[in-house]
Design a protein around this ligand. Sequence first.
Ligand code: SF4
Ligand code: SF4
Length: 439
Amino acid sequence: MAGRDAVASAPLVQIGQNYHRLRKRIHWVFFAVFLILPFFNIIRCDIPNQRFYFAGQELRINEFSILFFTMMFLMFVIAGVSLVWGRVYCSYACPQMIFSEFSLYMEERIKKLVNKKLIQLPAARRILLARLIFYSLLLVLSVFLSFIFISYFVDPWDLLKRLSHFDIVTAGGIAGAVTTIFTFLDFAFVRVRFCTLLCPYGYLQGMMSDRNSLLVHYREEGPKKECIECKKCVRICHMGIDIRNSPFQIECIHCGECIDACDDIMARLGKPGLIHYAWGEQGVKTDAPGQTWYQKLGIRDAKRVVILLVLGFYGSGLFTALSMRENIMVRVSPDRSKLSFETADGQVSNRYKIEVANRSNKPGSVTFVLDGAPGLKLVAAQNPVPVQAGETSQTVLEVVAMGAPQPGVHHFRFLSSTIPDGSSAQFPMTFIMPEKKNK
Ligand code: SF4
Ligand code: SF4
């Protein structure tokens, strides 16, 4: 009892780090990121059109190098972050956590507001009214969140059009309605339980952390027990655990809310808090003196240096692959279904298959000319070859022998120039002149 009185009356002598405030600010940043990513094609997987968007670039399934480097880079980011900083993604950036906490906050605020403003109503009615308001607002929010979520898989502007027409008949509309229902149920009833019961990433992170990863530790500094058993750290924990039992509990998302709670209580007694962010099993406090700058960042052993190097390797591979990428891709291959063909007026010709893929969002065209081909003439139904945004054009170019070149193989090149890119390319080819014309 004496302890409690002391807690109530002691002045607030030390303000903690306030991880709660920091997390809320970071939540807003990641919420904005979550909204922005699909609209600007920063990361989006367009399932109906079989496209993958990364950093504003439209990638096709055959652009293996970019997809490979993107996947490997993201995989190593996840592995590296989990290894060094434990579950910071869960507590600071995960949309499930952000919206679960927001839903809890919203429910609490509505309850308080209804109780305060409608105190004259019986308690049962106030509870019912608060629930009605909360569920109605959550339903609107669920429509919005589902819209953003589905935007990662279909064109967001097309989706917006469908939503404005209340399309719940087509496959897209049905998917939207089902996602909305799941979102509503998730944030109304499941919330953070999802993290411990269903989320595979949470389990994965547990496996990836090691003896040097960042953890939340409870530790008594002196020989005497300092914890006053106020249980504020337990009450504040959304994951429903007591961090004093162990820093290795799988439910702990390392959010730091219990650190704030304990700092606050212990500050009233003029003492430092008993819960801290600390590195690994040893529990070295993040702000312990004598640490180098890289140790403070979590680079505490060779394994982390290797992860950083691998990350740098895949990052630079991705950067190189993206910078070498052309918006309009041109492929030329000889049609060797026959060695040579004959035109209507009896001249020898060779045919070449052209494929032009436009990976940009503007229409373009490609012009072909011959180089190093005396006595050969290019005949094409279409030259320049037009190609619409996001589409692929296929055509055949015919190279005709003017006069009578020597029988045998003649080497030449196709030169292509692209609009609007202004890029050019050359394709070494062969022209086959038979001894006798094909019959
Ligand atoms: S660890 Fe801190 S917040 Fe938790 S019960 Fe002890 S004094 Fe209270
Ligand atoms: S124990 Fe602390 S750090 Fe872990 S989830 Fe609960 S409040 Fe967050």
